[in-house]
Design a protein around this ligand. Sequence first.
Ligand SMILES: Nc1nc2c(ncn2[C@@H]2O[C@H](COP(=O)(O)OP(=O)(O)OP(=O)(O)O)[C@@H](O)[C@H]2O)c(=O)[nH]1
Ligand SMILES: [K+]
Ligand SMILES: [Mg+2]
Length: 430
Amino acid sequence: MTGPLQDTIFALSSGPPPAGIAVLRISGPQAGGAIRTLANRLPPPRMASLALLRDPADGAALDRALILWLPGPGTVTGEDMAEIHCHGGRAVIAALEGALAAMPGLRRADAGEFTRRAFEHGRMDLNAVEGLSDLLAAETQNQRRAALSMAEGHFSRRIDAWRERLLALSAMAEAALDFSDEDDVPDAGIENEIGTRLAGLATDIGSMLAAPSAERLRDGVRVILAGPPNAGKSTLLNALVGRDAAIVSAIAGTTRDRIEVPAAINGIAYVFTDTAGLRDDAGDEIEAVGIDRARTAMEAADIILWLGEADAMPRTDAILVAAQSDRLGRDRPGLPVSAHTGEGMSALLAALSERASALLPREGDYALHRRQRILVAQLSDHIKAAREQYDVLFIAEELRLARSRLDELTGQASTEDMLDHLFSGFCIGK
Ligand SMILES: Nc1nc2c(ncn2[C@@H]2O[C@H](COP(=O)(O)OP(=O)(O)OP(=O)(O)O)[C@@H](O)[C@H]2O)c(=O)[nH]1
Ligand SMILES: [K+]
Ligand SMILES: [Mg+2]
């Protein structure tokens, strides 16, 4: 739980010291006062200025630093803010933090508190906050792009547009209700218009449900290597991830458990899973369990690399790999690949990235988290229900419910618990 908004908070927002430069951020009503106390002046707004900072307690020099005065509300948090770009040594940072902490009304920020203030002051909605969280966690370029799009508010703006359309529809429904109150002939014009607009909205919201999954983007596209024993699955897995993750041997039934190896290739995060070779006469009980697990893994796979016979493919959309092409030749169906000579590896990677790309957001697109997807689905259900109603009274009610789903989506109707959980996942200084 975070402290009251009238507190002025500060934190080291750059990485752990020592570093060339460290950035201390201050947000709240005392931000300007803190700078004036340390530098004995306030620079013009939004202009970097070099200043000798002194300890207000004894006037001793602390560091020469770049200071920025950022008066609110046009700041990230929506409050008055200031930044100190000082030398990134541990003692420098500790001295400046100590001086700030000693000032009345100032305290160290909790994890995610700057972002939480941005949210509380309406500078970001919950979707942008989640995008920012993903952006900080992004490890691949793909993740970065989608997170940036979400953090920049592309999805939030879609939602705002939906809200406008819903409000207009609600107003029309109210108008239609007024007519029916007067026991007059209902205005078919309005009801037709409501129907047309609902249909348009339903299409728009429905298409959003096809957005790629943020969890898949974050955790990686699941690729399973499967096929009979000794097909070369483990060897291929090792070649794909570039290290000896799985044991390879000439003995059929070497791999028994599933071996999951995350790897980022060409900007895409994958999780490769090696499995036990499939055969009906397992050598022992352990191998039999492994084969069961292999079959379960295939069901959950986004992509299957099948290293077996073409007519034994577990799923029609599996990628057929004619493995060990150097030894077994190329006149078999499937993509000839040799993990030993490297033949076909780049073609295989291209096929993988083509399949994976179809599951991931395109350039400038965003991905939806489970939370968002569930709410968009509920929203879509209310619109669907509204379309099935003939009575304007019920239509108006469904529209009201749809709007409350939107409020949950943006965070206007979220619980303290949920917000605490979300913001505590951020680092201190963000
Ligand atoms: N020449 C050649 N041999 C390979 C290639 N890939 C695998 N092998 C050999 O084939 C044998 C089996 O390889 P593995 O990778 O253990 O096969 P697997 O499918 O994982 O086998 P299980 O785990 O027992 O199901 C080993 O002796 C490998 O060295 C290849 O591309 N070329
Ligand atoms: K083997
Ligand atoms: Mg193996």
